[in-house]
Design a protein around this ligand. Structure first.
Ligand code: GAP
Length: 432
């Protein structure tokens, strides 16, 4: 297997920043450590990945209901879920320079010459804030550390309003916040990130089968996204790693430049969460099974993935360098047509009005179905290089002959092959 190369990390971070995928947050003020903004191409890529996630759920053979829940929930939610008491990492602090580290980190904790670390103590990862103008105990709230609890607290609402029947899932996507002690590795571990989570409710006897179903389905989804298969693996949790409520957990991992890292965790959580919310809220969260007139709390399989982490894996996995005949190195992202931020770039050979007008005409034809961009700046060679480096699968070049024959050149990103076709055939060409 190809070894992941450390330089790759630096290259991707540089391209991501230079080409408009990811910027350091607050960069004009010197940046905020481990906080990132997604630029025009990164925002598009993120949106495209999230749309594919929804598409896979909407077209799946099992029923999945979407929800979009609040970031700030009642503090009771986090009390019941255990986040308030248990969502913490072990932290050590240097008595000399006050640097803080996770004591269970895989990386060496080095801060200063006179490093002297305290014993580990637990540090709660939830961000705290207040609602309303009066700051007191009752106004204290937390930013959600996961999207999952928004699903559990809406289980009864969805069941009732959608007349849902087991087995079914509820899916939620959006920002989560964790005051990570040691964020890092670019957008791999940040304090503000996006999750895509599903809670799949079923009867307990079927939970193992559904665990296999979701593990395969989610792994195949990552492959379909264009992640290299040999860079993906399933890692079942050892019994001593399992959360106390989880019967089993399998991580889908990606081989990042520094080693294997989690993309998604798939856990059999039993009825732990519904039970905890039922007890705390006093609301009946059972499911009524009309087949045998019984009420019970369903079991839950939870595929919990990271959208921003997946985006990083897409950049790493689709990046390639090719040596050209003239000795130059061509860098490109071989992203799938479906997720490429720009799908078709339209390039006039010169800035002459006649050519620009034809580019606008082509853009009008294609932009209702595809993400297009008219790119006029710099030489045609440099524009091809830029489009390769932002992952654009196709470039259409409009040249002076186009004025006579109404034909354009289509260049394929991966093969660099060019073919000439009539403007009137473009729609048909891309449909095929
Ligand atoms: N509800 C279960 C849950 O939240 P998790 O393993 O803590 O499980 C799920 O998170 C996914 O969210 C992870 O597999 C990862 O992709 C992503 N994730 C978690 N913490 C993250 C962070 N600090 N930065 C970026 N992504 C993160």
């Amino acid at each position: 297997m190809e070894k992941p190369n450390k330089d790759l990390f630096e290259k991707i971070v540089k391209i991501a920043q230079n080409r408009g995928f990811v910027f350091n947050a607050s960069s004009i003020y010197g940046g905020l450590r481990s906080s990132y903004d997604y630029g025009p191409l990164g925002a598009l890529l993120k949106e495209n990945i999230s749309q594919l996630w929804w598409k896979a759920l909407k077209t799946s053979e099992v029923k999945i209901y979407p929800v979009d829940t609040a970031i700030i929930q009642s503090t009771d939610v986090w009390k019941a879920s255990g986040h308030l008491s248990e969502f913490s990492d072990p932290m050590v602090e240097c008595k000399n320079c006050n640097s803080r580290f996770r004591s269970d980190s895989n990386f060496e904790n080095v801060c200063c010459d006179q490093q002297e670390l305290t014993d580990p103590k637990n540090f709660n990862l939830m961000f705290e804030t207040n609602i309303g103008p009066v700051v007191n105990e009752n106004s204290q709230v937390f930013l959600r550390p996961e999207t999952a609890q928004g699903i559990f607290v809406n289980f009864e609402n969805v069941l009732r309003t959608m007349r849902a029947k087991l087995p079914f899932g509820i899916a939620n996507i959006g920002k989560s916040f964790r005051n990570e002690i040691t964020p890092g590795q670019f957008i791999f571990r940040t304090r503000e990130f996006e999750q895509m989570e599903i809670e799949f409710f079923c009867i307990e006897e079927d939970s193992e089968e559904w665990m296999d179903y979701w593990t395969n389905k989610r792994l195949n989804w990552y492959k379909g996204l264009g992640l290299k298969e040999e860079y993906l693996r399933l890692r079942p949790h050892e019994p001593d790693e399992l959360a106390h409520y989880a019967k089993s957990t399998v991580d889908i991992e990606y081989l990042y430049p520094w080693g294997w890292g989690e993309l998604e965790g798939i856990a059999d959580r039993g009825n732990y969460d519904l039970k905890a919310h039922q007890e705390k809220s006093g609301k009946d969260l059972t499911y009524f099974d009309s087949k045998d007139n019984t009420k019970h709390l369903p079991s839950v399989i939870e595929p919990a993935g990271g959208l921003t982490r997946t985006l990083f894996a897409v950049l790493l996995s689709t990046y390639e360098e090719e040596k050209l005949e003239n000795g130059d190195i061509r860098t490109l992202f071989k992203m799938n047509f479906e997720i490429a931020p720009i799908q078709i770039a339209i390039l006039p050979l010169s800035k002459k009005d006649d050519l620009i007008n034809i580019c606008n005409e082509i853009d009008t034809i294609l932009s209702s179905q595809y993400r297009t961009e008219i790119d006029v700046t710099q030489s045609i060679g440099k524009r091809y290089r830029r489009q390769d480096e932002i992952g654009t699968p196709n470039c259409i070049t409009v040249d002076f002959e186009t004025l006579d024959d109404r034909c354009v050149t289509i260049r394929n990103r991966d093969t660099m092959k060019q073919e000439r076709i009539q403007i009137s055939k473009l729609v048909e060409y891309f449909q095929n």
